[in-house]
Design a protein around this ligand. Sequence first.
Ligand code: CS2
Ligand code: MG
Length: 411
Amino acid sequence: MKTDKNLTISDVRVSVSCPGRNFVTVKIVTECGIYGVGDATVNGREMAVATYLQDHVAPCLIGRDAHQIEDIWQYLYKGVYWRKGPINMASIGGVDMALWDIKGKAAGLPVYELLGGRSRKAVGVYAHATGNTVDDTLDRAAALLEQGFKAVRLQTAVPGLDGSYGVLGDKKDYFQLQNDRPLPPELPWSTRKYMNSIEELFVEARARFGKEVELLHDVHSRLTPIEAARLGKMLEPFDLLFLEDAVAAENQDSYRIVRDHTTTPLAIGEIYNTIWDCKDMIQNQWIDYIRTAATHAGGITALRRIADFAALFHVRTAPHGAPDLSPICHAAQAHVDLWAPNFGIQEYVGFGTDASNEVFSYDMSVKEGMIHVGDSPGLGVDFDEDAAAKYPYNRSYLPVTRLEDGTLWSW
Ligand code: CS2
Ligand code: MG
């Protein structure tokens, strides 16, 4: 029996707020009163996606049947003519999450049930340990392991490079790290200094924590393929779960070189917008984990399609889970993670701060290194528009990186 609830879309509201971080939130309301929420945040370009949604996407949604998630996805993807792109795909991602939320609420079922049900009892995660020195990083990792986490990403400042990636500096937590930067900060990089210092982190980590704990590392696209190949070989004895974003991969073919030289597992995808961006990587089996995010790759519909495609090639999923994704995206990913037969691991740095918890509520909790998703209908999240209004948008940028001679590099 089809539900008698009128799910015709009557309103689409877009909000940009900064409860600790800037978030773009889309709320889709239907005639019967059921509404859904989605995350469309693009870090550092928030107003562009908000305007795109408000001025160009919202008018096309009014009057459509919110049940037709696939048709609306295709309508926005093919109908725009221009296709792909971070702003376009994040806006589709936000709308798509809100529609799955609506469908779940209308059916009285959590989204993971609509996807095919749980494939596991909970979602395994990796946490982040970053520090100014190896000891500092490993002390933070020890505290996380003490809390029950089983997998930890390790990043340490590179000696001689002040403010290099991954280090908190005077910021208390990762949520603050990228907030309140009215212009992009400029940070230094030297591949030689990095390559000369990185091995020690993993030598010390294995010596201190043994072989059971899963260790990960993010290179943030700063190496060339042959440098990444060398790093992968160097880290083989330390048995990483994966090495992330070793090389910038607009040219997916670059990964063939890395793959040919090392058995260190490789992960990529946090800046990918579509299945097309990861197609060659996956079908050539150059990677082991695909890290596309629900927001940036076009929503739950897109993540599901990427996961199914990846499964054919033994590639597992490991969605991006940084704090510039709102709790709505974290929830959408947790539902997909719970279902995906080829789920690998979820990045986790917390769901929010006191301020963002005033604005977003979610039916998820973390125990013993796993996200437990409740059985609330839809995504189990809510967004308080009045609370959000107390935290106005605050322009902020990601950093840029320069080599020591001033050449602009990948951050
Ligand atoms: C990082 C991110 O979590 C990660 O793996 O690469 O912190 C990334 O720098 C930010 O999400 C960019 O907005
Ligand atoms: Mg990353």
